[in-house]
Design a protein around this ligand. Sequence first.
Ligand code: NAD
Ligand code: TDX
Length: 361
Amino acid sequence: MYVLVTGGCGFIGSNFIRFLLERKRKTKVINVDKLTYAGNPANLEDVEKNHPDRYYFIKADISDKKAIRNIFDRHEIDWVINFAAESHVDRSILGPEIFIQVNIFGTFNLLENSRRAWQPENGKESRGKLFLQISTDEVYGTLGESGLFTERSPYDPSSPYSASKAASDHLVNAYFRTYGLPAIITNCSNNYGPYQFPEKLIPLMINNALKGDDLPIYGDGENVRDWIYVEDHCEALLKVLEMGVPGDKYNIGGSCEKKNREVVEVICDQLDRKLGPVGGRPRRSLMKYVADRPGHDRRYAVDSSKIMTELDWSPKVSFDEGIAMTIEWYIDNTEWTESILDGSYMEYYRTQYGERLDGKG
Ligand code: NAD
Ligand code: TDX
């Protein structure tokens, strides 16, 4: 079967492709990625080598009508898994337009092409087909001191990023209700693990703490996120693909609430234990409280009981294990991070992928 994965050169997408090709030996993956600043084909170098007959990369924009139509015309796509998005909240505050273009229009374009390819009214077979929209718990807005997001929580997004993800979720729902497109939405909490772009809280703090740079904490550091190790997310997504009910949505969370301040303290303490203090001082001394993020949601926490009971999933990796593995990965892969920070990963695209960067795929 052919699986069209979008945004596969990013953090979760690259982890998912590696996971899927290991777990499902008969699948072939077509990875469509525009290679924005967040897309790095080096994330899948091992996959290219290990699965030359099962992994294909096409450089294209999910909003490009012709390019996406071509892919559907040339291959019998069984599953579409839409990871492609502009994903960073701070960037959406500085420049929202690209979030609207990619997250909303790009999703619409994928939905339209899936509908055309799978349309039952023209005698085409939609059985076994599935459109999986990878969404976020941020669509539900913020929680107070107590309570959890369930699948029935109202959408109440705070940032241009989360509003664009909410809009794309509504489109996916509409395509199910109006056209019968077999589609599912998953709303996941904050992921962490290998290959996460070093603008997000955990990799940013690990890399700054490794170098002895300041650790900027927004506001009072008491904002809470529900952390999930990326492989647990991948496992949940495969359960949803194999057993989920079209038209349904599933929340996925790590059941692991932590204040941002606590997360940074854990990173500092683990690095001190492993490597000794930096510049003669414990790393906690690098923590700096800075201006808050506008519209900063106070607390996220996900009720995952639906996917736990209906699809028999639960997160396996504790925060202590997951953060230790993540810190280890960033220590072992400083070249990966440095190539991003100095911009040379962009050059790596050209030398490794040459022609294929010209949109030919
Ligand atoms: P990421 O920023 O690391 O990766 C995004 C990928 O999408 C990149 O490879 C980028 O090149 C690609 N992309 C961007 N615009 C594109 C376009 N127009 N066409 C084709 N490709 C394009 O993001 P991530 O953290 O891996 O998140 C993946 C998905 O999961 C996103 O949809 C995000 O909203 C969702 N999500 C993320 C988290 C999290 O904690 N990171 C949690 C819940 C949901
Ligand atoms: O330098 C920082 N200092 C800081 O205090 C950064 C980058 C973040 N923070 C805070 C803001 C948040 O409360 O840490 C928390 C996590 O921030 P991010 O890593 O930017 O993640 P978040 O905004 O929670 O969104 C992430 O999880 C949900 C992903 O980026 C989204 O794509 C996903 O939908």
